[in-house]
Unconditional design. Sequence first.
Length: 541
Amino acid sequence: MTTAPRSAEPHYGRSNGRPGGHQGGPPPGLVVGGYELRARLGEGGMGVVHLGQRPGEQPVAIKVLRPHIVGDDEARQRLAREVNSLTRIRSRRIAEIVDADPWGEIPFVATRYVPGLSLHDHVQQEGSLTGADLTWFADCLAEALEAVHSVGVLHRDVKPSNVLMEGRTPILIDFGLARVADDSRLTMTGWLLGTPGYLAPEILHGEDATAASDIHSWAATVAYAGMGRAPFGRGPSMAILDRVRRGEHDLTGLDAAMLPLVEEALHPRPSARPPLTEIREWLASLREGSPRVVPTSAPITAPILVTSRVTHPFMEPTDPATTVPIARDVPDGTTEAFATAAEHPRPQAGRSERLRRSVLVLGGAAVVTAVVTLAPYVTVTVCVIAAWLLRSTSMAASAVSNRRRVRGAKWYDSVQVLLSAPWHLSRSIPGTVLLVLWSLGVVVAFALCCFAASLSLQASLAVVGIGFTAAMWWGPGAERVRAPLHRVVDPVARKPVPWLLATLLVLAGAAFLHEAAVSTGTDWTPEDRPPFSDVRLPGWL
């Protein structure tokens, strides 16, 4: 058995300013399935990929299948079944199938088109990934594989040329259709369905692919992203395949934090590799700052349909305001509210850490409540200004995240944030006004309840302070206030000792402010006396 020549590996991203970067193209005016073929993007063992577009629609990647793949009705029926399975895959990390016609005069499969560089080209031009960028890459790629596996499908050809970089985010392409590709008429041609250095060793031993096989390929791809070279080296294909069989990989230079996980996932025995759920939990703990020991898991034996090659994608929108579905059942792109949360979603913390976060937040609420009893008008004014600035910061950071998703980080991002600050300050005013009006409504409601209960002035101010703080934390649009604050609270709550010191300090401050309010009375600046003092409300004399 021989391997496919390197030139047959599909590269569907941008290169040299042209789609796909390939010379030549389809004949002018050629139409397949109503799509006009505009440029040739690449080719593989199953077919040739073109950039296609219908009038008035977004471009897609069209894989025109080779005659020996769908040469008779049985093969077309098999293709139809595979496409039906693959259309159920939905994830922002993959390029979904948006159209297909196995029975047409020219059979084709169309997927979303992503005009980004492949990981292979990205690393060659920009260098390897490190630190948080590598962790983010590994987690997104694992998320893509989870989506594929969730519908009972294997990718079986995860490699750098099948991963496109949309800014910092990987998009997995070329999944599916292995049952078609495994037809004896294709294997008789001597093609090895896969790429040396990214195939799992059990496949080379003649065993069936499993979910663990994709995990091995995932690890090899992550290693390439982090080192800028293939983990099983270069050279003749047979030499590379022999190193894969023996498990002789070289991870020198890989990020130390990622090294244990990749080593475990590259284990020659499938049963020794961790499943995707444990991989993602480990990556979440790594983002959290407390990486765990990589577990050795039980064999992955869930029945999964083996599939491999298909087409390619389009660029997923990142701005909800401009998101437009380009084909039936294609989900819109989404953007997180806060930039760091958008690029590195907050990991799911353990129960004890979540409890520490809650205690620290409640301590901060106690400080605000104490300050309200001491100087209500000044406190409300400061809180309103703080909410406005936090919302503006969150919007500015979200805009940076959107741009980075499209074209990656740039040196002038900080300058762009400063120049756009006035725009974000003005843009955040309507949301801040809505949040403040909501909070003031809650304040009035609490004040009326205190009046009805004939509470003292100090007790009423404390109750009103609690209501105001809760409304500003959970009111409409408050997520843009919470997100920046969580960037301060969460790291402190991660470890018990810093959390305990911070909590004691916050509670001591709240107690001191409360005692000051009791001993000196309430300062109504800029007014001279409390509201409605002329009305002489019961208990407020």
